[in-house]
Design a protein around this ligand. Sequence first.
Ligand code: NAD
Length: 479
Amino acid sequence: MKNQLFIDGEYVDATSGQMFDVVDPSDRSVFHRVARGGAADVDRAVQAARRAFDSGPWPRMSGTERAKVLRRMGDLIAKRTDELARIEVQDNGKPLPEAVWDIEDTAGVFHFYADLAEGLDGAETPVELGMEGFTSKAVKEPVGVAGAIIPWNFPLLMASWKVAPALAAGCCMVLKPSETTPVSALELGEIANQAGLPAGVLNIITGFGAEAGQPLTEHVGVDKLAFTGSVPTGSRIMATAARDIKTVSLELGGKSPLVVFADTPIEEAVEWIMFGIFWNQGEVCSATSRVLIEEAAYDAVMARLVEEAQKIKIGHGLEDGVLLGPLVSPSQHEKVLEWIEIGKTEARLVTGGGVPEGLEAGCYVQPTIFADVPEDARIWTEEIFGPVVCVRSFKTEEEAIRLANDSRFGLGAAVMSKDLERAERVARAFRAGIVWINCSQPTFTQAPWGGYKQSGIGRELGIWGLNNYLETKQITTWN
Ligand code: NAD
């Protein structure tokens, strides 16, 4: 496992010489120490990226040539799936099969953007001016040096959502992984070198938000900021970016609703409610943490949901059959337990509500369900980011839509009904960027990802993700 910063194609110590601890949340032990990057390191990294962008080969290569490097990066990641997945288990806590998905997806993201890079070659859009003597076209060019700041819930996958499209576009990048899960992203440096990525195109600075993240957002050498994380940090980054008019894309928090109509078979409803909130320990920005069940089905669905939630195997991510690992860190553990205590004063706890017996040494939390949650309860309106779901009933479609949309967030939303016309109607009425019908959470590299309202600005993934890293230029000629 790497422990140094990756700047200009080389692993180097932090200027300060300092390191910080990385904790395994299954037993709170320190399993690794990595370089504690600061403003001086960010400056070195941005300068390297600037040189690579202003005079290096990467932005000047054809998309087809860049695609070869991206494809090799994807292949190298895929080859190391088991090793990288085990790093994620130790660093983040997630169960191994879920970590394997993450890494397979990460490799897929590099392959997908390799294909899109090829599509950039020769791409230009003729522009009809309606003025004799003039012709015009629009072309796409890389935005420049991008600064990427990511969270801890899908460490390497979140890195790939930014690194792969940025590199495909011809940008150079400084990536700052979360201080909570910095280990897997550092491996990307070696992978980039092995794949033949020119020095300086990708730089990785591990460190804390205030010490490494903030200087990256403030650096005048950065043209674009891509951030995934919490609303308060996103808001701060936007304010900082305003000073130099940097472009920003923000993927922020959520409190996503799942609306279940009574014509949904109980098993299907329960399956997706569970996956929607317990997958990845509920540490998912789009988790459907508010569940609305039509009154006629409420008791039956709740009874089965509680039964199934109590069967979930909780334990170490490497143990067979485990579906719920520890939360990512002692501080996240504490935060989620505090929310549960607040919930106990606001709603009816029907299962879970604490630390599972025998697992007190790690950051474990029981799958927790609150029923009959009032719409003004804090657990109904605020993001908890753990395996805690709030459930209430509704009487009419209009009421369900009103309750679903009554949130400052607008990331995900889901609806379940066998009446597909109604499901489509509700899907369109949701004020959210990612809407699922008869499922919750499946995520595809091809489809746009991002939120309405305070859940963010812009879209990642698909062609939209590539466009984040492209400028549009008009070239107009007087003939
Ligand atoms: P966070 O905002 O605390 O931290 C995210 C990143 O920002 C970290 O790398 C951190 O070091 C950095 N950071 C902190 N302060 C900074 C500053 N002042 N300047 C620059 N960088 C700074 O969020 P988190 O706790 O790591 O992640 C959880 C949050 O992320 C949740 O709200 C979740 O919903 C959101 N999230 C959103 C998506 C999405 O796609 N919309 C995906 C995953 C997570």
